[in-house]
Design a binder for this molecule. Structure first.
Ligand code: ADP
Ligand code: MG
Length: 403
């Protein structure tokens, strides 16, 4: 199975063949001990204290066998499938009891992701977004319902963040090597950056009757900061519409959960350490229906002369964002979480309070790009987040006055 590259989602404890074997042999041993004791009682009928001791031994063995069985059942791994989609890794995990549905459900989710990508990707030459760039300065382009909704939502985040996120950042994304053409071995020149900056301004996108128009040749739109979240929401709606209640969908760190993994448990999601891909900084217990998105400088970057440049560009300077290592947003839907995580990544710790006051309700975790690590949390995030013991002193509460 492919390993989840972004966040550590709940998997249940390992329910592998080894543990199954050890459970079976332990339960068999305890049950046979119990049976042997019962046989003895019948062979040598005893009285008084003697009988009590044997009775207690039998009960003890049976309870241990039962406990072993219960522990084994709780250790069963949840049905989960991974797939590659929208340039990343996706995982569909269903709660215990839905194992027969995981394959058809994953196939449907894959179809939903493909449809969203087909319309929104700058990587696909046949997408509405690619057509929009092709027709820049010439003609408006008609949008499908999906593409229209996402474009309008993205523009809303651009407005809320005063252009910290900007859907027209596409020419710069391409220049820095995050587009369809791979990164060059050297940094773009300041002149080239200035040249492309001329095409970046979300306020110039003209929307009318479900058509969009880019007035200047060279302008282009990139919905990469929000499209995955939107795809996750569509998949979430679909899963619920077909009666699956307990599931988790993860598309490159854009996650939404429904119900619970097992009786009495919540979906637990690990937040990656932005400085060390192989470890987490803590875990979140997720309430049903909530979404979580992470934008991290480690997610995608180009490396030139040993220096890493993040794939999120500051549309004011034309340079990749510095100062922020990771942003995780917790809120009611994955589109908002994704859109907001990109905007917050740009504004960083300094600008986040102002943006959060205007944005839809959301809780946030921000890790600035500095050493030693600091984990800044809004109060709501702090209520559900448990840092790993080593980092419990790194936690700071984010209030409007703390900045
Ligand atoms: P991912 O989950 O793909 O890492 P993010 O939500 O972190 O996505 O957004 C990063 C993507 O957003 C980039 O790959 C690029 O397509 C796009 N992008 C980069 N800079 C900006 C920006 N300032 N505003 C809006 N979108 C951006
Ligand atoms: Mg985003």
């Amino acid at each position: 199975m492919l390993k989840n590259p972004s966040n550590l989602s709940f998997r249940g404890a390992a329910g592998d063949e080894e543990s199954r074997k050890s459970f079976v042999s332990r339960a068999r041993f305890l049950a046979s001990l119990g049976m042997a004791a019962i046989t003895k009682v019948f062979q040598y009928p005893a009285r008084g204290l003697h009988l009590w001791i044997i009775g207690a031994a039998i009960m003890g063995c049976l309870l241990l066998a039962l406990g072993s069985a219960a522990r084994f059942l709780l250790r069963t791994e949840l049905p989960s499938r991974s797939l590659r989609s929208m340039g990343g890794l996706a995982t569909v995990t269903v709660g215990a009891g839905y194992s027969e549905r995981v394959d058809p459900l994953t196939a449907q989710v894959r179809g939903i992701f493909e449809r969203v990508e087909q319309e929104l990707s700058t990587y696909r030459s046949d997408s509405a977004i690619s057509l929009l760039a092709e027709k820049a300065g010439v003609d408006p382009v008609a949008f499908s319902e999906d593409a229209w909704r996402v474009l309008k939502l993205a523009l809303r985040f651009d407005e809320l963040s005063d252009g910290a996120s900007d859907v027209t950042v596409a020419p710069l994304v391409k220049l820095w090597g995050f587009g369809r053409t791979p990164a060059s071995a050297s940094l773009p020149s300041e002149e080239a950056i200035r040249e492309q900056l001329k095409f970046v301004d979300y306020r110039r996108v003209i929307l009318k009757d479900r058509t969009a128009f880019l007035p200047v040749k060279g302008m282009a739109v990139d919905l990469g900061g929000i499209a995955k979240g939107y795809a996750v929401d569509r998949a979430f709606d679909f899963c619920r519409s077909v009666g699956v209640e307990n599931f988790l969908i993860d598309l490159s760190g854009n996650i939404r959960v429904s119900g619970r993994p097992q009786w009495g448990k919540k979906w637990q999601i690990g937040v990656r350490n932005p400085f060390d891909r192989s470890s987490i900084i803590g875990k979140i217990a997720m309430r049903s229906g909530l979404a979580l998105a992470t934008s991290g400088s480690y997610e995608r970057f180009v490396e030139v002369m040993g220096q890493r440049y993040s794939h999120i560009i500051n549309p004011r300077t034309g340079f990749p964002v510095t100062g922020t290592a990771g942003v995780t947003v917790l809120c009611g839907d994955a589109t908002t979480a994704d859109g907001l995580s990109t905007s917050l990544f740009v504004v960083g710790l300094k600008g986040c309070s102002k943006l959060l006051q205007k944005a839809p309700p959301a809780d946030v975790l921000i890790v600035p790009d500095k050493y030693p690590i600091e984990i800044w949390l809004t109060r709501g995030f702090a209520e559900v987040f448990v840092p790993i013991p080593d980092l419990s002193n790194a936690v700071r509460i984010l209030t409007p006055t703390s900045l």
